[in-house]
Design a protein around this ligand. Structure first.
Ligand SMILES: Cc1cc2nc3c(=O)[nH]c(=O)nc-3n(C[C@H](O)[C@H](O)[C@H](O)COP(=O)(O)OP(=O)(O)OC[C@H]3O[C@@H](n4cnc5c(N)ncnc54)[C@H](O)[C@@H]3O)c2cc1C
Length: 531
């Protein structure tokens, strides 16, 4: 499309292959704009694979009166659920309640309550929680997700794994999403719509030249030069760094880096609902059924000093999460239960909030029009990525008067072209067509690829037709698909981002995956569709 050898000028050049960069690329390409995206590492390598993986309104943001953010996110849940019924699904959250629970004091709700009900001292009456959940149920409209209900934990299965002094709870709806698959599928769709996506390609500098941007990249094909009419800085935690160091622009806008870590344990309980736990420090954590055999617990909120320091779950954070969950579960959660952990940095707009927990989760789109447009993305949630992309393109609209209008609401992501409640039928169909698949294998394929699972299976009549099985049902056929269509280049891309099979594969098995992928890339047997 546009490199130094040719004279083309792209409409949009996007820095960053996280959810925001890939969401904007997909939306823009579908409006008829020519788009180039560069990601310095793998897609979703940074924050977008390290989230709690919820499409949620953010119940706790109601405490901060963040009604705009909560409404937009709540409205969005069902739109997204319908567009990607394979990688997202409804989830029920159980919020155990005890009258002596302490909530964060320094929130607008806390301050209001200490004025009118000073005797509560950080506690929340049950009617107020119920009212919050009523708002949560009604603010964003709800057609698919069931409403809030009260639970008697002495009778309900959700009470079994908890300490016996938790006798009542509320249960409400949100949704789960496979975050890094969401990114890969947005990138893939963008490419199908004509975009060019380059992974492992760092933008090293960009300068305005007249009314276009000149962008220099460094990637597998060496240094290259591109020109574009507008530049989007969707570098997540690096957004401020890119403005200062890559674009050499002075800015007063800043980012607040807030690290969040999660731990994964062997499965702690037997039902399919998640828990929302309120802590003595006013914070909340989730405990969520994860990858069938595990429980995901998180998250923390720690100021993170510099983007140059890769985020890791510290021992202190691990112990904090274990102790927090142990205040609720009858059987204590100990560091010995932890089989994996991950950590990411929230790139929050610096609104001067005192604590990391209080910093706004809303997004800010900043447009610099001192010449060719530069749009920088600060903050944002996985849940609002599609709306953020629409807002970004609305901001850039004057530069592209011939671009088509918004189109992504109601458009399925690749593999998501089946009814939102049709996963079981798709499972059955896959197992009828390919009787050698067992229930677990078929379910994994449907949840990862939706209707594309049929394309991966192709003409196979037996498991052997899919080539070598690297373990945990990961076959050559699947690896070839991931390399050809989803930008996977190394074992890590596959076992920690396109899937979570890293939880099941041994070190030797992962090395065998890596060797196979290196060999395929080397022989050119799999053509990287995206580059
Ligand atoms: C612990 C935690 C839990 C969360 N939970 C949720 C949740 O449950 N639900 C929800 O909706 N949201 C959640 N979020 C928020 C959400 O994950 C983030 O807002 C979102 O992933 C940010 O995406 P992004 O594209 O802006 O950034 P990123 O995903 O970080 O992407 C930015 C990309 O830019 C690339 N890049 C940087 N510099 C360059 C350069 N010079 N050249 C090329 N590429 C470059 C980086 O490599 C990176 O991949 C959570 C966040 C955290 C940290």
């Amino acid at each position: 499309m546009t490199d130094s050898g040719r004279n083309d000028i792209a409409d949009l050049f996007i820095i960053g292959g996280g959810i925001n960069g890939c969401g904007i690329a997909r939306d823009a390409a579908g409006r008829g704009l020519s788009v180039v995206l560069a990601e310095q590492s793998d897609l979703a390598q940074a924050t977008s694979s390290a989230s709690t993986k919820l499409f949620h309104g953010g119940l706790r943001y109601l405490e901060y009166f963040e009604f705009r953010l909560v409404r937009e996110a709540l409205e969005e849940r069902e739109t997204l659920l319908v567009a990607m019924p394979h990688i997202s699904w409804p989830m029920r959250f159980v919020l155990p309640y005890r009258a002596d629970m302490r909530f964060e004091g320094d929130t607008p709700t806390g301050r209001l309550l200490s004025g009118i009900m000073p005797w509560m001292k950080g506690r929340r009456p049950a009617w107020l929680i119920r009212f919050g959940l009523f708002l949560y149920d009604s603010l964003g409209g709800r057609r698919i997700l069931p409403p809030t209900r009260s639970l008697d934990l002495t009778q309900d299965e959700a009470g079994k794994p908890l300490k016996p002094d938790f006798k009542r709870a509320f249960e409400y709806s949100d949704c789960w999403v496979e975050d890094s698959r969401l990114v890969a599928l947005n990138a893939r769709h963008a490419v199908e719509l004509g975009a060019r996506v380059m992974t492992r390609t760092r933008v090293s500098s960009a300068r305005r030249e007249g009314d276009v941007w000149r962008i220099e990249t460094d990637g597998p094909l060496g240094m290259r030069s591109f020109r574009a009419r507008a530049l989007v800085n969707a570098a997540g935690p690096w957004v401020e760094d890119v403005i200062r160091s890559v674009l050499s622009i002075n800015t007063r806008e800043g980012i607040r880096l807030v690290r969040g870590s999660h731990i994964v344990t062997r499965r702690l309980y037997d039902h399919d609902r998640a828990y929302f736990f309120q802590g003595t420090d006013g914070r909340i954590i989730f405990a969520i059924p994860y990858e069938q055999d595990f429980t995901l617990i998180g998250t923390t909120d720690q100021d993170h000093q510099t983007v140059g320091e890769p985020p890791r779950c510290t021992e202190q954070e691990r112990d904090y999460l274990c102790a927090f969950a142990s205040r609720y579960f009858a059987r204590p959660v100990t560091p010995d239960d932890v089989v994996w952990s991950y950590s990411g940095v929230r790139p929050l707009y610096n609104d001067g909030a005192k604590s990391a927990t209080a910093a706004t989760r809303d997004y800010v789109l900043s447009l610099d029009e001192n010449g060719a447009p530069l749009l920088s993305v600060f903050g944002g949630k996985i849940t609002t990525y599609r709306r953020l992309a629409e807002a970004a393109l609305a901001k850039l609209a004057p530069a592209f008067p011939r671009a088509r209008g918004a189109w992504t609401a109601g458009a399925p992501l690749p593999g998501g072209d089946f009814p939102h409640d049709g996963v079981m039928q798709l499972n059955d169909m896959l197992r009828r067509e390919y009787p050698f698949l067992d229930a677990r294998w078929a379910a994994r394929l449907v949840r990862a690829y939706g209707t594309d699972a049929l394309k991966i299976m192709g003409e196979a009549r037996s498991a052997a037709d899919l080539g070598c099985d690297f373990g945990a049902t990961l076959t050559e056929a699947e690896l070839r698909w991931l390399m050809a269509h989803e930008f996977a280049r190394r074992a890590d891309d596959v076992v920690w981002r396109r899937s979570k099979l890293g939880l099941r594969l041994s070190k030797e098995q992962i090395e065998a995956v890596d060797a196979f992928m290196a060999d395929q890339a080397g022989t050119g047997a799999v053509s990287p569709a995206a580059e």
